[in-house]
Design a protein. Structure first.
Length: 150
């Protein structure tokens, strides 16, 4: 798969998330997607979820995950190499749906960046690594104090 095609699919992924329209991306998803969610388990290992296609759509595309966004996600840039593409997103929304880790909804506005590393195999998304600003999220929710830098 060429780099321009991967970029085009990730733009569709972005629009699918913003519009909550899974039909934009369904044809580019494998039947199972391995999701590395940027967290570590109790033993320090990477947390990996093997999503079935529809479960992945419900969580990542239709927004039935941690946040109910009042603002659109911003796609900042892509970098691609081989069968992987790195996409930088900025999320803005309100934590009013679902727990973040073990913390219940706070109703607070938050803004954070995330980097998706997406692997394509045979033209389909098969694996995604997500890295996000966990400390920034917890700070904005009032759970940790990161100080004022001074």
């Amino acid at each position: 798969m060429n780099i321009e095609e991967m970029k085009r699919i990730m733009v569709l992924f972005f629009h699918a998330m913003n519009d909550k329209n899974s039909s934009l991306i369904e044809d580019y998803l494998a039947d199972t997607i391995k999701w590395h969610n940027g967290c570590y388990g109790e033993n320090g290992s990477d947390v990996i979820i093997n999503w079935q296609k529809q479960d992945f759509i419900n969580f990542a595309i239709l927004g039935n995950g941690y946040f109910d966004f009042e603002k659109k996600t911003t796609l900042n840039f892509h970098i691609a190499e081989g069968e992987k593409i790195f996409t930088h997103f900025t999320y803005e929304g309100i934590h009013n749906k679902g727990n973040i880790w073990s913390y219940p909804p706070t109703g607070k506005k938050i803004r954070f960046n995330a980097l998706y590393t997406t692997l394509f195999e045979n033209g389909l998304i098969t694996e995604i690594w997500v890295t996000f600003e966990g400390a920034a999220i917890l700070h904005q929710l009032g759970i940790v104090n990161l100080g004022n830098g001074g």
